[in-house]
Design a protein around this ligand. Structure first.
Ligand code: RBZ
Ligand code: NIO
Length: 338
């Protein structure tokens, strides 16, 4: 679907009309859950996950049929500053690998029964180095937000977004610091394996970016434009599109969560349709989830991005919905209630 905005003001206007969850579907799911053949509360977080999904789909006995995974790829000016353990050409090389089916996310999407696609965002035109200028112009930001919006399948009943972009843990650290405050060191981590002096240099790059743009960071959209990148913006646009269509979202790692956090800083309820799929080994991801009040479903020590943790969590959601919608009630099964 074409994005309903062609300017940043138009993008901001979307937040004025976001749909809420269907409270009656939640009530139906809660009432059904109380009748199911298990001790009350014994499926723990799976029960809450079922209520959450029921509410956003407007169906008290929901099923998951069409999960969609979209990977957004972008290149970063700051990659030239030695902030990654890998060279910037890996971004386009990995896009080819996604298309050929050879990446981790291809395997995990297949196992999860999810349709996966890749969107390249001007890979031959990296963003500007944010220590020297805003990463994107307004037009570039709008285009990336719209690309994210338009990548979402209207018929999907779950969205997962992921990213590929050498240097993007640096951009995500800068965005997180811009949104929530704190020092560059609080938010900067190892990414692809940056340690020692290189990690100190990466932290300095984030600090330089924060210093250059310090006067403009009160506005979350400006934080994204000045310190983010195209794939971060596209993820934000896709997650917002999902909200507008009441499509539930599972968030991935540090970079995905930093992108999503932009939406929450614009409107605190903007991520109510999203759950955290996992907590990444990237140092500051847990802190970012805490700021958003999200408890991760999985903690597997992943530090890859590409939506891998979120796609693994689709299996947990499938389990939650299979129980909510498929279990017999005490009456149906002739099991005595406690
Ligand atoms: C082969 C390869 C595959 C990847 N898949 C995801 N990433 C992850 O690593 C990058 C972020 O780390 P940094 O900020 O240190 O560059 C992103 O592209 C992210 O998706 C990969 C990185 C590499 C090298
Ligand atoms: O958590 C992530 O998203 C992540 C961590 C390290 C490298 N790439 C991505």
């Amino acid at each position: 679907m074409q994005a309903p905005f062609t300017s940043l003001d138009g993008f901001r206007a979307v937040f004025n009309a976001l749909p809420q969850r269907d409270a009656s579907a939640v009530q139906t799911a809660i009432a059904r859950n109380e009748q199911l053949t298990k001790p009350k509360g014994s499926l723990g977080q799976l029960e809450d996950l079922g209520f959450w999904y029921a509410g956003w789909r407007g169906d008290g006995r929901p099923s998951l049929e069409r999960p969609q995974v979209v990977i957004f790829a972008g290149n970063h000016g700051i990659a030239a500053r030695g902030v990654s353990a890998f060279p910037p050409e890996v971004t386009v090389q990995m896009v080819a690998n996604f298309r050929a089916g050879g990446a981790a996310i291809n395997q995990l999407s297949r196992v999860a029964g999810a349709a996966m696609s890749v969107v390249e965002l001007d890979l031959d035109r990296p963003t500007a180095d944010f220590t020297k200028a805003p990463a994107m112009t307004e037009a570039e930001l709008v285009a990336a937000l719209a690309a994210g919006w338009e990548a979402v399948d209207d018929d999907a009943d779950l969205l997962v977004v992921g990213e590929m972009g050498i240097g993007n843990t640096t951009a995500a650290a800068a965005v997180a610091a811009g949104l929530f405050g704190g020092s560059a060191a609080d938010w900067t981590g190892c990414g692809t394996g940056v340690v020692g002096d290189a990690l100190a240099g990466k932290t300095r790059v984030v600090a330089e970016g924060l210093a250059l743009h310090a006067e403009h960071l009160a506005d979350p959209v400006e934080v994204l434009r000045r310190l983010g990148g195209r794939e971060l913006a596209a993820m934000a646009g896709a997650i917002l599109r999902a909200r507008a269509g009441r499509i539930p979202v599972i968030l991935d790692g540090f970079i995905c969560t930093a992108s999503a956090a932009v939406l929450a800083r614009i409107a605190p309820h903007a991520l109510d349709h999203a759950v955290a799929g996992h907590v990444s080994a990237e140092g500051a991801h847990r802190a970012l989830l805490d700021r958003l009040g999200k408890e991760p479903l999985l903690n597997l020590g992943l530090r890859l991005g590409e939506a891998t943790g979120a796609v693994l969590a689709i299996g947990v959601l499938r389990g939650a919905l299979a129980c909510l919608s498929g279990m017999a009630t005490f009456a149906e099964a002739g099991v005595s209630k406690g």
